[in-house]
Design a protein around this ligand. Structure first.
Ligand code: F6P
Length: 346
């Protein structure tokens, strides 16, 4: 599909765009691309504020090229974002549809994660306009796309922070436990753990609660070796929402069993902020343009994805069916690196 002037249109299309759920660096780059591509096709663009709440409350603005000319580098989202429990109700869905109708919207583009796409599907039940999703979440857990907008920046932000934590850990031969975001998936945890040469990665993909005591015992032994005999630091990255009673409980239990202080550092929302890295700006731009191309081609109920470096259309129903799994090669790589380190040091 090529991006061409839509001179044959008898009726000018009105496109609505909103950002929903956890904000992700690159959302602004996606908004920019949607607006520029839409304008090039002679479409009008309306932005709704605060995720689906803006749709329910009819809180919107007109977006022109001028409004987006200097936003590609900004973190957050100029349209604001929110979670919207009201959209889970039929009443909320009907209000959202009413707003789309009042504003004569022909197509709705939602930039967000799988929860946001479920909202989009719910709207499509009551509305005949076109609906297109663009995957934007730091968690990278959306099926049907190799990467989501914001993931690369979040990983780089976390690496930058952990490299600094490593400096102070080295200075004191100290144990740090760093908790990373990802809701219920370990894409951030594994990518960051490997990139920071973490001594241990604990995430959904390699943890079972029955192994809890065994993991603590092994770690305690490894930590004693590293700290007491080799005078090194020891870094563990752990996924949020994983350890029973939380990551602080993990650090406490580890301290107790090893007899060596393990300090928890929760990176938290720092991972969601900041200027997007090149990879996210480019991905967001490609996806925003592809969304308008899809609308031009009369597509609906689709998510824009990137697979093997090509833009693809994925059914929203398929995208939300399963959470995208962390690649086994990444999990294996971490495991093998650990094994190799142990071998070469005995
Ligand atoms: O989905 C993005 C994310 O940052 C997750 O990694 C995290 O679990 C969640 O959002 C936090 O959500 P909230 O902003 O509602 O606290």
């Amino acid at each position: 599909m090529s991006l061409t002037q839509n001179n044959n249109n008898t009726k000018i299309k009105r496109i609505a765009v909103l950002t929903s759920g956890g904000d992700a660096p690159g959302m602004n780059a996606a908004i920019r691309a949607v607006v520029l591509a839409a304008t090039a096709n002679n479409f009008e663009v309306i932005g709704f504020y605060h995720g689906y709440n803006g749709l329910i409350n009819n809180e919107h603005c007109v977006l022109s090229n001028n409004d987006v000319h200097d936003i590609i580098h900004l973190g957050g989202t100029i349209l604001k974002s929110a979670r919207c429990p009201e959209l889970c109700t039929k009443n909320g869905q009907l209000k959202a549809v009413e707003t789309l109708k009042i504003n004569n919207i022909d197509a709705l583009v939602v930039i967000g994660g799988d929860g946001s796409f479920k909202g989009l599907q719910a709207i499509a039940e009551y509305w005949s306009g076109q609906v297109i999703g663009i995957p934007g979440t730091i968690d990278n857990d959306v099926d049907g796309t190799d990467f989501t907008i914001g993931f690369s920046t979040a990983v780089n932000t976390a690496i930058d922070a952990i490299d600094k934590i490593r400096d102070t850990a080295n200075a004191f031969d100290r144990v740090f436990v760093v908790e990373l975001m990802g809701r219920h998936s370990g894409h951030i945890t594994f990518n960051v753990g490997i990139s920071c040469a973490a001594e241990q990665v604990i995430s959904f993909e390699n943890f079972q609660v029955q192994q809890k005591q065994a993991i603590l015992s092994t770690l305690a032994e490894n930590i004693k070796q590293a700290i007491q005999y080799k005078h090194r630091s020891y870094l563990i990255v752990i996924a949020e929402n994983l350890w029973p009673n939380g990551s602080q409980a993990f650090a406490n239990e580890l301290t107790k069993i090893s007899g060596i202080d393990a300090t928890l550092c929760t990176l938290g929302y720092i991972q969601r902020g900041g200027s997007p890295v090149a990879k996210d700006r480019i991905l967001a731009t490609k996806m925003g343009v592809a969304a308008i191309q899809a609308i031009n081609a009369q597509e609906t109920n689709m998510m824009i994805g990137e697979q093997n470096n090509a833009m693809v259309l994925v059914l929203l129903s398929e995208a939300v069916q399963h959470q995208k799994q962390v690649s086994q090669s990444l999990v294996d790589a971490q495991q093998n690196i650990l094994a190799m380190t142990a071998q070469t040091e005995t």
